[in-house]
Every structure is written in C-alpha cells, then in structure tokens.
Write a protein that binds this ligand. Sequence first.
Ligand SMILES: Cc1cc2nc3c(=O)[nH]c(=O)nc-3n(C[C@H](O)[C@H](O)[C@H](O)COP(=O)(O)O)c2cc1C
Length: 290
Amino acid sequence: MSADFCGLELAHPIINASGTFDAIAARRAFGEELIERFPFSAFVSKTVTLAPRQGNPPPRLWELPAGLMNSIGLPNKGLEGYLAHDLPELARLPVPLIVNVMGFSRDEVARLVSAFAARDEVAALELNVSCPNVETGLVMGTDPDEVARLLAAVRPLTAKPLIVKLTPNASDVTAVARAAEQAGASAVSLINTIKGMAFHPLTGEPWLGGHTGGVSGPAARAIALAQVHAVSAAVSIPVIGMGGVQSGRHAADLRRAGATLVAVGTESFRDPAAGLRIAAEIRAFSYDAP
Ligand SMILES: Cc1cc2nc3c(=O)[nH]c(=O)nc-3n(C[C@H](O)[C@H](O)[C@H](O)COP(=O)(O)O)c2cc1C
C-alpha cells in the first residue's frame, strides 16, 4: 500500500486535508503516541499567509445533516510566525511535511513559495487558490488563465513539488487543472470546500460571520468523486482526492476515480484517529472481494 507521490515514498496513500488536523495540538493531547502511530503518511499544514490573520468573526461553523459548513477565514500566524513557531514543531513529525500557502496576489504567493523553497524541512508546497486576487478581482482557482499566470510566477522559484489545490466552485475544474499542469504544477488536489450559506433561525440574517461558508464532509463526497474522476482523466500529473472521506471504501472510490493519494478532512473532527483507521481499511478493501 505504499505510495510514490512526486518522488516522495509514502507508507500509505492517506494524508490529511489542510486545516482539519492540528498536529501540534494533537501532540499535546495524545503525547508520544501520536508520533509513534502518526495517522497520515504525509502532513499538510493549515494555510499559511504572508501576514498574520485573525480569521472571520464568529459564528464560524454551521452543522449540516451530512457535514459541516465553516467560515473560519484562515486564521494563522503569518509567514514569520509559522517559521518561528510551527515549522520547528512540524519538522519533528515522522512523515514528510507539505506546507499549504495562500496569497492575495501573485507577488504574495511568490514570496511564500521562495521562503519555503529554502527550507529543507518542507517536502512539497500546496497552493490554496480559493481566494480572490486583489489585483484582478478573480478567484485565482476559478480561472485557467489566472492559475497559469500564478504558476508562471512561482514555478521557477522552487524545485520542490508544487500541488495546486483546486476549488470545486469553478465552472470547469478540468480546464483549471489542465492549465495548472501545462504551467508546471507537479500535482493537483481537490476538492476544497463548496460555497454554501445558512440563515440565523431567529433573525433571518446570514448565520456565519463570513456570510457564506465552505461545505465539507459527507455532503461533498459525490461532488468530489465526480470532479476527481473528471480531473484524473484530463491530466497526467498525480491527483490528491478529498471530500467527505469517512472510510476505506470512500478512499478506495477516490483511488478508483484516479487519485494517487486521498486526504481525510472533516472526519478527523469526529474521529481523531480516522487517518489510521482509513489507512487500515483501504489496505483491506477490495472491489473484487466476494
Ligand atoms: C474547518 C476546516 C478548515 C479548513 N481549512 C483549510 C485550510 O486552511 N486550507 C485549505 O486549503 N483547505 C482548508 N479546508 C478544506 C479541506 O482541506 C478540504 O479540502 C475540504 O474540507 C474537503 O474535505 P473533507 O470533506 O474531507 O473535509 C478546511 C476545511 C474545514 C472543514
């Protein structure tokens, strides 16, 4: 069940989805046991931005019958804070570290990529392109040309694998994936959350502090499967599939749709050992079993 991903030899194909597993907090809660039995074969950090961010005002969560909607708003310590505080701790994990970055302009992304290109602790970078480019007003990941221009700016800055994290909120995710591949992306990952909304039951105003939020969990699974299937057929670079994975069967479905690796997100909130369980289940799962 080992997996070769962009030159990284991983013990199995199950990794975490960015922002859904805080390895530093988990180490405090579970101690050395977490390191000895780390649930994922690579660790993807929460999104890092150039400047520190407080995130969105509360409320930040709304539970759905089959999932979760969040408008966390990417709170983080910013590049300097991450390098000083988080990177040394995450570098001690027993698996390769993938750092997820996001910028509000190509220049910001370029500065983040350059900073991490210089760090041996970082095995690969994931570009979160689900945010607007303040220079063009376009959400980078919804427009193939925006993604191509972004890759043209950052690809020359590092030899490390660059994973483009695609948003399902694009009208044609395969066109964006192809543009990323042609501009030098090493891999694509998908899906990020799907845009959603809920109203306050008493006032009728938007419930979430950010007004809209991102839908994840089982509600996203069928959409993820269709998009991973379409993107895998459209590109020849590796695909990381995610969206609503709760079991080995769900992970096997995404692999059958073409994903090399499968990321577990929302399920880790319900079951912090979900990564270990799903990695064991996918080993045992076979479509050919009677
Ligand atoms: C609470 C929460 C926080 C998230 N934070 C990030 C983030 O910082 N960066 C990112 O690229 N995706 C983030 N995501 C999206 C997930 O990485 C993943 O793409 C999405 O949730 C679909 O997978 P899932 O259904 O297994 O959760 C977040 C999702 C949730 C639920």
